[in-house]
Write a new protein. Structure first.
Length: 368
């Protein structure tokens, strides 16, 4: 039986979700009309952010509740896994060089971010490390609550980094490959199979994988279990050739609106006056980290025959959900992109115990 407080909370969640989606869909359709890249992703982020930040009554009624966000991410993981095939395994030995380059870039980006925040801006080591570490944002934000007083600053740093990736990557695609590439990616999205064209068996498999993978991922203590769990299960079943689930047009659009709207809602609720002093540092820190990965991608693209945009999407730490979704939208090798990001997330995740030990040793250092 649903209690009265629970009913009030559910009604509040539904109101927030409806408000967020009305703004997100409207802004997404407008961006699509303008011919912008990733229109529903950019539109939902900027639309929800701008409306929420400027209209006070709306700001308190924005957000994507967890009970809605989690199933969308589970389904996204299943769809991403569908881009793996029996031909993927033979290709993986060719990824050794790019994996090593990505690992090196992760270490360099972290050191560069630390140098800026500690040496130049005089941040406490713990706060600086948690703010500039490139990836594992959910886990880092969670542990920051126990390690630093200003955990909201850590959240701001990661949010700014994800937002910069969201905004810059589609624009880089448009600049480097022209409007034709943007139009082609938007057309490819609309040309994906509709959910109405799928057989009941395919729909059942899609839902079953998404549901089964989550508890299994939690038992195995995988990082980001909502995405990594179904991604691993789906990719394994696709690699051995048991199933073949296509991309679903409506679901990919739903994922864009959900993820973009969620980021926009969080940005809209940031207390700007309180965080204004940290915002500049967050932007510069994110720019340093992202530039390190970008320069690594440029160097590797010039040395190999791998497309720069493919490398950039595989390297930049914009959030595993967000970047793999961008790869899905733009039609790049999603298996390549997802594998690199999974390695980076695992690297950060398994490094967290060492980070915690290091930060606790410096717990008595004064924060700035």
């Amino acid at each position: 039986m649903i209690t009265l407080p629970a009913m009030h909370a559910l009604i509040s969640d539904i109101k927030s979700l409806a408000t967020t989606f009305i703004i997100a869909v409207t802004a997404g359709l407008f961006c699509q009309y303008l011919g912008l890249p990733a229109p529903f992703l950019l539109g939902s982020l900027f639309g929800v952010w701008c409306v929420g930040a400027t209209v006070a009554p709306v700001q308190n009624n924005l957000g994507v509740p967890r009970w809605f966000h989690v199933p969308v991410v589970l389904g996204l993981g299943t769809l991403i896994g569908g881009n793996f095939s029996p031909d993927t395994i033979p290709q993986m030995h060719n990824w050794a060089t790019t994996i090593m380059a990505m690992v090196a870039a992760t270490i360099l980006a972290t050191l560069a971010g630390l140098f800026f925040l500690i040496r130049i801006r005089r941040y406490d080591f713990t706060l600086a490390l948690l703010g500039c570490i490139p990836g594992g944002q959910a886990e880092v934000i969670m542990i920051s609550r126990d390690l630093v007083e200003k955990d909201y600053v850590v959240a701001l740093f990661h949010l700014v980094r994800v937002a910069l990736v969201f905004c810059s990557t589609p624009l880089i695609l448009a600049i480097m490959q022209g409007q034709d590439a943007v139009d082609a990616s938007n057309a490819a999205l609309l040309a994906m199979p509709s959910i109405m064209a799928l057989t009941p068996q395919t729909l059942f498999l899609f839902v079953a994988i998404s549901v089964i993978a989550l508890p299994a991922a939690r038992v195995l203590r995988l990082p980001m279990p909502h995405l990594v769990g179904p991604l691993i299960l789906s990719s394994t079943l696709h690699i051995v050739g048991i199933i073949d689930i296509p991309r679903i047009s409506e679901f990919v659009i739903l994922a864009q609106l959900t993820i973009g709207g969620a980021v926009g809602a969080r940005l809209a609720k940031v207390p700007f006056l309180e965080l204004a002093g940290y915002l500049r540092d967050a932007i510069i820190s994110a720019a340093i980290v992202l530039s390190t990965y970008g320069l690594t991608a440029i160097a590797l693209a010039s040395w190999t025959s791998i497309d720069f945009m493919k490398l950039l999407l595989a390297f930049i730490p914009g959030g595993l959900y967000e970047v793999t979704l961008l790869a899905l939208i733009f039609g790049f090798d999603i298996a390549f992109v997802a594998f690199h990001h999974t390695v980076r997330v695992m690297m950060v995740f398994f490094g967290l115990p060492f980070i915690i030990a290091k930060t606790r040793n410096r717990a008595n250092s004064p924060e700035t």
